[in-house]
Ligand binder design. Structure first.
Ligand code: UDP
Length: 340
């Protein structure tokens, strides 16, 4: 049985990936500092898979702890999710973001290198492309200057990993996620809301639930068919499965370069208004909305060309936008029930 370290394994994408890893026969050890999640996610994972993953609560900012972890545990690969991810917060607190997302990455890579662990999957983002000149976006599209410190950490993370892979045994795959949405079908794990949501789907869901009065749609004057901005919304379970495909590629030594990059999306773009309509259709719930000014830093449109991931990883998104939105709603309902 192969053993995989999942950093940030109790977070949103991490927890779904741990479930898929265990369902695929991997043994999992999770590192999480619980900064943006809760400990009970471990029990939820256990109740979904009937297997309790090993859990080590260390903070990756503590170099000594990270290096000691790699001395104590023998792992076959690392999937590195642990990072801060709020764009606005990163603008306010750049140093916190560089420490949380970059310093920690260098410690993990050092720990791996010192203990001959070579397989590494990195959570990257389509934010590295900025507003791409051509749509859909292929992996060959040039990366653009980052709009925020968060975006910069993803771009820099890729550079650090690729540079390291040139001079060590590191074999890495960076997955450039488009917009992850949805929750596990059991509604036991999902994205935990923390304050006012910044992302579209949590805001839509909370508006439908009556927690927020009205969704603000940021701009209807974009050069798109209905004037609202377009994104590629990928179901988190499909996204989790892409990690298993990438990991197997490394473990089977099928990678074609020391460091590879793949777009992980559905290949279809949806506008904000289309998302609202799809949500209403999928759930029968009404979403109040109003049009407001564009949000600073937002791009017009981004959706993936997934040809490379389909061909090389043998992976393809299977779940629809409606299924993603319905699962987000089911997750929200389960949270409401807990809070009653
Ligand atoms: N959006 C919106 N209202 C919100 C949150 C987001 O209209 O309250 C829009 C946003 O302008 C963008 C899309 O929804 O066009 C997706 O935004 P999100 O923050 O979820 O993802 P990202 O900006 O990272 O693509």
């Amino acid at each position: 049985m192969k053993k995989i370290l999942v950093t940030g394994g109790l977070g949103y994408i991490g927890s779904h990936t741990v479930v898929e890893l265990q369902n695929s026969g991997f043994e999992v050890v999770i590192i999480d500092n619980l900064s943006n999640t809760t400990f009970d996610v471990l029990d939820k994972i256990t109740s979904i898979t009937s297997i309790k993953p090993e859990f080590v609560q260390i903070d990756l900012k503590n170099k000594k702890d990270v290096l000691q972890f790699f001395k104590n545990y023998t792992v076959d690969g690392v999937i590195h999710f642990a990072a801060s991810k709020a764009v606005g917060e990163s603008v306010e607190q750049p140093l916190m973001y560089y420490e949380n997302n970059i310093t920690t990455l260098t410690y993990v890579l050092q720990g791996m290198n010192a203990n001959n662990v070579s397989n590494f999957i990195f959570s990257s983002s389509c934010t590295v492309y900025g507003q791409a000149d051509e749509l859909p976006i292929t992996e060959n599209a040039p990366t653009k200057p980052a709009e925020s410190p968060y975006g910069a950490t993803k771009k820099m993370g890729e550079i650090i990993i690729e540079d390291t892979s040139k001079v060590t045994d590191l074999r890495a795959i960076a997955l450039r996620y488009f917009n992850p949405i949805g929750a596990h079908e059991t509604a036991k794990i999902g994205e935990l809301p923390l304050g006012v949501p910044q992302n579209l789907i949590p805001y839509v869901v909370q508006t439908a639930a009556g927690i927020r009065e009205c969704l603000s749609i940021f701009g209807d004057d974009y050069p798109t068919p209905d004037g609202t901005a377009i994104r590629d919304y990928i179901h988190v379970v499909d996204l989790a499965k892409a990690h298993i495909a990438a990991l197997n590629r490394l473990l089977n030594k099928e990678n074609k370069a020391k460091c590879e990059f793949f777009n992980i999306g559905t290949g279809t773009g949806s506008s904000v208004l289309e998302v609202v309509k799809a949500f209403e259709k999928a759930t029968g719930k009404k979403v109040n909305y109003k049009i407001v000014d564009r949000r600073t830093g937002d791009i017009t449109a981004a959706y993936a060309d997934t040809t490379l991931a389909n061909k090389e990883l043998g992976w393809k998104a299977k779940l629809s936008l409606e299924e993603g939105l319905a699962s987000s709603w089911k997750w929200q309902e389960s949270l409401l029930n807990v809070n009653l």
